[in-house]
Design a protein. Structure first.
Length: 284
């Protein structure tokens, strides 16, 4: 018995070293410790995704993601630094370098992206959605008898001919379109603003983005509804999550607990209503 006991204690330093190498939770350089030591949380946000981040905000309306990031910084008792970036690749690279600790940028999760970052539990859920030019839709039936199916989501367009799409390149919505509308023209662009403008210029007849972006576009330009029908019905559940550097399980657990709490206590619902049920965030 004594031999076994001595063997275990002699092996303990090696086991501890392996744990430190493979699991940063045991390391003195864990992300949480770095944040607390520097007293600053640095997050990257999506430069082109208002109202998640608003570059020139009204007072009290910095953007939904910025407010969530500030809540987490306050929870840790540190200051917040916000870094606007343009693409998922930029967010991932900054995390890998250690320049940022969190990417909170309206990011949809997928398996390919998870090769570079760890995703938290989702803090929001959405679906591929769209704005379709009303001219390509069949006329609404007259009288009380309804013989046609109303258009509520993107899949309802599958019965129509001559449909073409614009979408953000390499996004989850782009992937979904290619899987579900293989015979239709799909034009992808480097940003959603350009993709939406293609719809306005009649170069395509459907603009596709996630439901939150469609709602934001309608808030900024309410007159769009007269020409384009919003298709906001669910076709595929999309998870909007935060991204962190791979490996730090302690930090991931901390964020997941924080997300669970702000969903449970209604904070997420409050912010969603603040930015998507009101136009107060929009400058006149």
């Amino acid at each position: 018995m004594s031999c076994k006991f001595i063997f275990k204690w002699n092996s303990f330093p090696i086991i501890l070293l392996l744990l430190i190498i493979h699991f940063p939770i045991f390391s003195q350089n864990a992300t949480l410790q770095k944040i607390l030591k520097s007293k600053t949380l640095t997050v990257s946000v999506n430069q082109f995704y208002d109202p998640f981040y608003i570059s020139d905000p009204k007072e009290g309306f910095p953007g939904l993601d910025v407010e969530i990031a500030k809540d987490y910084a306050d929870y840790l008792g540190v200051s917040l630094r916000v870094l606007p970036l343009k693409s998922f690749d930029e967010h991932a690279t900054r995390l890998e370098r250690g320049d940022t600790q969190i990417a909170i940028a309206g990011i949809s999760t997928n398996l390919e992206r998870s090769k570079r970052v760890n995703f938290t539990d989702p803090y929001l859920f959405t679906s591929p959605s769209g704005l379709v030019n009303r001219q390509v839709l069949p006329p609404e039936p007259e009288g009380q008898i309804i013989t046609s199916v109303p258009f509520r989501n993107l899949l309802d367009l599958s019965s129509l001919s001559g449909i073409s799409f614009s979408v953000l390149s390499n996004s989850s919505n782009h992937i979904w379109l290619k899987n579900n509308f293989k015979k239709n023209p799909i034009y992808s662009y480097s940003d959603d603003t350009t993709a939406l403008n293609e719809l306005k210029k009649n170069n395509v007849n459907v603009f596709v983005a996630d439901g939150f972006r469609i709602q934001a576009a309608l808030q900024k330009e309410p007159n769009l509804k007269s020409t384009y029908l919003p298709l906001l019905g669910n076709v595929q559940e999309e998870h909007i999550s935060m991204a962190v550097q791979k490996g730090d399980i302690e930090f991931l657990q901390s964020l997941n607990f924080f997300i669970k709490e702000i969903r449970r206590n209604g904070r997420v619902n409050t912010l969603t209503n603040k930015y998507f049920s009101s136009r107060d965030w929009i400058k006149n």
